[in-house]
Ligand binder design. Sequence first.
Ligand code: SAM
Ligand code: SF4
Length: 314
Amino acid sequence: MYDLKGRKIDYLRLSVTDLCNFRCIYCMGENGVCKRSHREILSIEELAEIGRAAVACGVGKIRLTGGEPLVRRGILDLCRMLRRLDGLTELTLTTNGAALPEMAVSLKEAGVDRLNISLDTLREDTFRAITRRGELRQTLDGLAAAEAAGFTGTKINTVLLGGINDGEIGALAGLTREKPVSVRFIELMPLGVCADWPQERFISADTVLQAMPQLEPIGTDGVAELYRVPGWVGTVGLIRPLSHCFCDRCNRIRVTADGRLKPCLHSDREIPLRGLSGEALERAIREAAAVKPDRHHLAEHHSDSRRNMNEIGG
Ligand code: SAM
Ligand code: SF4
């Protein structure tokens, strides 16, 4: 499926819950979400039907996200249902990793191809300060569990937080010395709870290149620019929505856990999918993708999205 600008749309990020066991300071409020009633959140069957319809429209890759997708009851059933779809080339999941020690093997068996694990720091005190209720050990154990379960090509998502974790760029990138992972540094985006944060928190991913002059460019992977330290097994990625707008290459649509399709992360345009199925749902997805906004306005330090990130999925 193509939008009116001619961009091919073949990637769906499907949010399965807005709840989370962490409370990351840039993602959601201290008290969590104002809990939506059970009925407001898509059922596993509705999520699977949206996945089916998206694949029928030409989506090849689905990423499950949240909130924290591993706290969603029925997540393994959903993975199995999606995995059976003809035309789905890749099923991936983004997680904070805390539940991976118990779930990594089941996720692999349920057909998840790859994992993205979020990890912003290797310091225990900073980890507690960022996540408000997580422990570094949980995510590190989760990373090890993913490896033991046979996941390969794991990506580690690190949000750059000026004054908080920019002193750890070398240590985080150092994970790629011996692990075949990709550590991807992501520029913090001003939306929801962090929209009004002081300017010094928003640092350019150039900081990574300055901290690690030995990085050599090796190409791109989707919206990430890839680098490698010669001799190290993994890669370092830069995702720079603020300093290097990649809207002209954007191939994704998002569906929130309450069933609204967002053609752009940073637009407040949302198309309700609830209650639709079969051809009507496919038509709604095609029409919504067609009107994907040209670009966001993050360069002017402004997102039009009215939601916190845990309600969208990143
Ligand atoms: N709970 C899962 C996790 O943390 O990986 C999945 C959902 S989380 C919303 C998806 C990704 O969005 C995480 O990597 C998180 O760090 C990132 N994220 C959240 N808020 C962000 C922001 N304001 N700017 C950039 N990335 C953000
Ligand atoms: Fe939860 Fe992920 Fe948001 Fe952190 S970034 S609060 S782990 S949804």
